[in-house]
Design a protein around this ligand. Structure first.
Ligand code: FES
Ligand code: FES
Length: 156
């Protein structure tokens, strides 16, 4: 079936089987491989993208459910000149990543979190990110990064 999406600001019409997961459409049909698959069972959050501004686990939803939606992947958040999004810069500055596998999903979840709760406490950040699993960092620097990214986003 044909599905019309707006992905990172570009209109995309894809022709996919009706049972195609959104993550498959993003990675395999649109070749945006920054969105990762860690579990395929809606637990790890590595596949998180923004759908109309809200963080969604793209392994847990069909592409066809999002006809007309605006999708933002990790490839779509930096500025056109390559300047990182404040949340990306914060993850870099705070060493909020090691292997980086969880990072695209973590950053997009953090952007949604900060949009909804610009002054989130550490406890709220930890609670809101509990759907994103990191096997490397111990989370301490991720929380620091989200705090810094939230503050930078507020003044950007
Ligand atoms: Fe989607 Fe793990 S791959 S939540
Ligand atoms: Fe390796 Fe999070 S940085 S899984």
């Amino acid at each position: 079936m044909q599905v019309q999406l707006k992905v990172n600001g570009r209109s995309e019409r894809i022709d996919v089987p009706a049972n195609t997961l959104l993550v498959t459409a993003i990675r395999e049909h649109l070749r945006l491989t920054g969105t990762h698959v860690g579990c395929d069972t809606a637990q790890c959050g590595a596949c998180t993208v923004l759908v109309n501004g809200r963080a969604v686990k793209s392994c847990n939803t069909l592409a066809a459910q999002h006809e007309g939606a605006e999708i933002t992947t990790i490839e779509g958040i930096a500025q056109a000149d390559g300047t990182m999004h404040p949340m990306q810069a914060a993850f870099k500055d705070c060493h909020g990543l090691q292997c980086g596998f969880c990072t695209p999903g973590m950053v997009l979840s953090a952007i949604d979190l900060c949009r909804q709760h610009p002054n989130a406490s550490e406890a709220e950040i930890r609670e809101q990110l509990d759907g994103n699993i990191c096997r490397c960092t111990g989370y301490q620097n991720i929380v620091k990064a989200v705090k810094q990214g939230a503050a930078a986003s507020a003044t950007a």
